[in-house]
Design a protein around this ligand. Structure first.
Ligand code: PLP
Length: 223
């Protein structure tokens, strides 16, 4: 049996206090998410709108605490309207067209949506995310989107057997994060560097992450 509360404690003990731990909850049942919330993790990440809808009400009803829901998977443009009803943060702003759609829907809903820019730090063709050399250009292009507030940078990085190999990709993302922090722009207020998962979170923190996204080490293996 997986003891979620113990897992939270274990990770918490290895991580500096300023690092926010997000529970990556894809495929998990409402009951498992509720357990992680009771153990003190109130940042929940989901990858799919429909999966989120299946657990959202039940998890929110289970606690008086405010849960912060993060979209961490690729968001399709035709799901943006529904997504804005669920997520407090969109961590996967990965194209200009998506940003434009989020801004448009947020304007209609009269809200400002906190978002992170997702970087394709491995420059992998098949993966989503802004290419590192287009990053500053992307920020410039979205400058008039007043219904988006960019608060962070997120990356996954390539998949390796040995997570040490992720280090250069984390370093690169950190550099972009530091550069973005210096840009003065109305809709930019960069505070979060979201990188590191179960196998790589200590390396990510070493490279400057202040938000980590943990699935397996909290909930056990996905089936
Ligand atoms: C699944 C997922 C994670 C967590 O992965 P684990 O290896 O299970 O910790 C983090 N970020 C994203 C975007 C994910 O999809």
């Amino acid at each position: 049996m997986v003891n979620i509360a113990k897992n939270v404690e274990k990770i918490r003990s290895k991580v500096p206090d300023n690092v926010r731990i997000l529970a990556a909850a894809k495929t998990r049942k409402a009951e498992e998410i509720i357990e992680v919330v009771r153990a003190g993790i109130t940042d929940i990440g989901e990858n799919y709108v429909q999966e989120t809808e299946e657990v959202f009400e039940k998890v929110n009803r289970s606690t008086d605490e405010k849960i912060t829901w993060h979209m961490i998977g690729h968001l399709q443009r035709n799901k943006v309207k529904d997504a804005l009803k669920l997520y407090d943060v969109i961590q996967s702003l990965d194209s200009f067209r998506l940003a434009r759609e989020v801004n448009k829907r947020a304007r209609k809903a009269n809200i400002v949506v906190p978002a992170f820019i997702e970087i394709n730090s491995g420059k992998e063709e098949q993966k989503h995310g802004i290419m590192p050399d287009r990053f500053e250009d992307f920020i410039e292009k979205i400058k008039d989107f007043s219904h988006i507030k960019v608060e962070g940078i997120m990356t996954m990085g390539p998949i390796f057997e040995n997570p040490e190999e992720l280090r250069p990709y984390f370093k690169l993302t950190r550099e972009l994060y530091e550069r973005a922090k210096k840009i003065k722009q109305e809709n930019l207020d960069i505070k979060w560097l979201s990188m590191g998962m179960t196998d790589s979170y200590l390396i990510a923190i070493d490279e400057g992450a202040n938000m980590i996204r943990i699935g397996t080490a909290l909930f056990g293996p996905r089936d």
